[in-house]
Ligand binder design. Structure first.
Ligand code: FRU
Length: 521
C-alpha cells in the first residue's frame, strides 16, 4: 500500500499549497502549450526572475484562492531549459490575521543571488537568494515600532538558503519605508523594485516607480539591506497611464562589446498601443547613479494587446538578456474565458540592440532553444502565390515566411481559422486581427485589429509566428516589431491570402510544436 501511494504523493506534493502540476492538467481548450501558465487560479506579473545553480526561477504574482486578482502572493516555477516548467509550492503566501483579514500582500519585485554574502544572510556554501518585493499593508499595521497607514507600499526583503523553496523575512523590514522627500508623505503608490549588480562600482542598483507621477527612481546599496536614493527619471515618452514594473540593463549595440547602451523598460497602464496595458522602452545611458535618454517619441516594446510587466532574468549565463512578460491585459484580463487558470507568461525572448534608421532599437526573437520544440515540419515551400488552404493539422505551430505583398491591398496568413496576420499596403502596417477569431464577447474592446508600422525590405517582410492555443505572437523583420495577442479560437485551419492584387510568400515553413508539458522527446 505504502509503496503504491508514495509516487502519487511525490507528484502531488504541491497540491498542499493549491497547485499540483501534472501533465493531465494542461490539456484544456486555450491552455498554452508553448509557455508557462499555473495549473489553477489567477496569475499576473513575472517576478524574481533569477538563474541559480542550473535553474531558472520564475516567480509570479499569484492568487492562490481564486481566478481573479486578489490575495497577492508569489507563485513559483523552475526550469532548467526555459522551455519546460515545473510549478512548485507557493513561495510567498499572502499573510492574514486570525479574523482572515489580509495583513500583507506580496506585490512585484525581483531576486538576486548574493554570492559574496554582502548581505550577511547567507551561510558557508549556501549563498542567499535575496528577493526585494513591494510589501502592501491593506490595513494600518505596526511593524518594527513603525506605524504603517492602510494601503502603504514599502520595499521589503526576504531570503532563501534552499534555492527558493523556503523563505525568511528579514528582521528589519521594510528596507525602504517610503519614497524619498519630497514625495514621502504624498505618494502611497511606490513599487516594483528591480535589483541588479552594477559591476563598475561593485554595488547593487534598484529601479522602482512612482506610478502616478510617471517616474522611475534609482537607489543603490552595498549590502542589499541599506538603500540610498540616487536619482529619478521621467516623465518621458508615453504617460497615458500609470508606470509600473521598470527594468534597467545594458546591451551591446549591433553586437559590438565596445559600443554599449542602457535600456529602461517601462510598463504603462492604460495607454498601451493596442488599448489598456502596454510596454515602452527608453534607450540611453546610465552612469551608475542616473539614467538619461535623448529619445524622441515613444518606442513600444510590443504592439499587441497582451504583453505587460515584462522583466529580464538576473544572472542568465553567457550574458544573455532574456525577457518574459505577462500575456494579458488589465483591460479584460480578469474576464478571459479560461478555466481553471487565468493568464500565461510569454515565451522567453532574447533581447539585443540594433541600429535602425540611425537609432539604437530593441530587437527581440524567441529564445534560441525554442526551435528544440519543433517536431514535424508540415510545410516547406520555396515560393508560392499567397492564396489557398495550407495543409497543417493541429493548433500549435511555429511559422516562418517572407511575405511579398506585391500589388495586394492586404495579404498574409490566417491561423486558427480566422485570426489574420497580414500586411496592409495602404497603411504600411503589419497587423494582427483577432476580431473574427472566436470568443471575444467577454469585453467590448477585445475583438480588434492591432497594427504597427513596418518597413518592407526589397518589397518583402520576414515574419516568424508562434501560434498557441490561446495566443499568437508575431516577430517581424529583425524583431524590431513584435505583436502579442491572446486569441480564443473557435476553429482550426491555416490559409494564405492576398486581396486586391497578387502577393507571394517565400521560404514558407510550418512546424508542429511539441507541448512544453510533454516529456522531452
Ligand atoms: C502590474 C502591477 C504591479 C504590482 C502588481 C500587483 O501589473 O500592478 O505594479 O506590483 O501588479 O499584483
Amino acid at each position: 500500500m505504502a509503496s503504491k501511494l508514495m509516487p502519487l504523493l511525490a507528484v502531488c506534493a504541491a497540491a498542499l499549497s493549491g497547485s499540483c502540476a501534472s501533465t493531465a492538467q494542461y490539456g484544456q481548450p486555450f491552455r498554452p502549450q508553448l509557455s508557462f501558465s499555473p495549473a489553477r487560479n489567477w496569475m499576473n506579473d513575472p517576478n524574481g526572475l533569477v538563474y541559480h545553480d542550473g535553474e531558472y526561477h520564475l516567480f509570479y504574482q499569484y492568487n492562490p484562492n481564486g481566478d481573479t486578482w486578489g490575495d497577492m502572493s508569489w507563485g513559483h516555477a523552475v526550469s532548467t531549459d526555459l522551455l519546460r516548467w515545473e510549478e512548485l509550492p507557493l513561495a510567498l503566501p499572502v499573510e492574514k490575521n486570525a479574523e482572515g483579514e489580509v495583513t500583507q500582500m506580496f506585490f512585484s519585485g525581483s531576486a538576486v543571488v548574493d554570492h559574496a554574502n554582502v548581505s550577511g544572510l547567507g551561510e558557508p556554501g549556501k549563498p542567499a537568494m535575496v528577493a526585494l518585493y513591494t510589501a502592501v499593508f491593506p490595513q494600518e499595521l505596526v511593524l518594527n515600532d513603525r506605524t504603517f497607514k492602510a494601503g502603504t507600499q514599502s520595499q521589503s526583503l526576504v531570503y532563501s538558503l534552499d534555492r527558493g523553496r523556503s523563505w525568511r523575512q528579514y528582521a528589519a523590514n521594510p528596507v525602504i519605508v517610503q519614497p524619498p522627500t519630497p514625495y514621502a508623505a504624498e505618494y502611497r503608490d511606490f513599487r516594483d523594485p528591480k535589483v541588479f549588480w552594477y559591476e563598475p562600482e561593485r554595488k547593487w542598483v534598484m529601479a522602482l516607480v512612482l506610478p502616478n507621477l510617471h517616474k522611475a527612481l534609482f537607489y543603490s546599496s552595498r549590502n542589499l539591506r541599506d538603500w540610498e536614493y540616487m536619482s529619478e527619471f521621467g516623465p518621458m515618452g508615453a504617460t497615458g497611464g500609470i508606470w509600473e514594473c521598470p527594468d534597467l540593463f545594458e546591451l551591446p549595440v549591433d553586437g559590438d562589446p565596445g559600443k554599449r547602451k542602457w535600456v529602461l523598460l517601462m510598463s504603462l497602464n492604460p495607454g498601451g498601443p493596442a488599448g489598456g496595458s502596454g510596454m515602452q522602452y527608453f534607450v540611453g545611458d546610465f552612469d551608475g547613479s542616473s539614467f538619461k535618454s535623448a529619445q524622441d517619441g515613444v518606442q513600444w516594446l510590443d504592439h499587441g494587446a497582451d504583453f505587460y510587466a515584462g522583466v529580464t532574468w538576473n544572472g542568465a549565463p553567457d550574458g544573455r538578456r532574456l525577457l518574459v512578460g505577462w500575456m494579458n491585459n488589465w483591460l479584460y484580463g480578469q474576464q478571459v474565458p479560461t478555466s481553471p487558470w487565468r493568464s500565461a507568461q510569454s515565451v522567453p525572448r532574447e533581447l539585443a540592440l540594433r541600429t535602425i534608421d540611425g537609432q539604437a532599437r530593441l530587437v527581440q526573437r524567441p529564445l534560441a532553444e525554442f526551435t528544440r520544440l519543433r517536431s514535424a515540419q508540415l510545410v516547406n515551400v520555396p515560393a508560392q502565390k499567397a492564396e489557398g488552404t495550407v495543409k497543417a493539422a493541429g493548433d500549435v505551430f511555429e511559422i516562418e515566411l517572407r511575405l511579398q505583398p506585391g500589388s495586394a491591398v492586404r495579404s498574409g496568413i490566417r491561423v486558427h481559422g480566422q485570426t489574420e496576420i497580414g500586411y496592409d499596403r495602404e497603411q504600411g502596417v503589419l497587423y494582427l486581427d483577432r476580431s473574427r477569431a472566436g470568443q471575444g464577447g467577454f469585453h467590448p474592446q477585445f475583438a480588434a485589429r492591432h497594427a504597427a508600422r513596418v518597413a518592407l525590405r526589397d518589397g518583402q517582410l520576414p515574419l516568424r509566428l508562434l501560434v498557441d492555443r490561446g495566443s499568437v505572437t508575431v516577430f517581424a523583420g529583425d524583431g524590431e516589431v513584435v505583436l502579442t495577442d491572446q486569441v480564443f479560437p473557435a476553429g482550426q485551419g491555416m490559409s494564405l491570402f492576398g486581396e486586391g492584387g497578387d502577393a507571394r510568400v517565400h521560404d514558407f515553413k510550418v512546424w508542429s510544436i511539441q507541448s512544453i508539458w510533454e516529456k522531452a522527446r
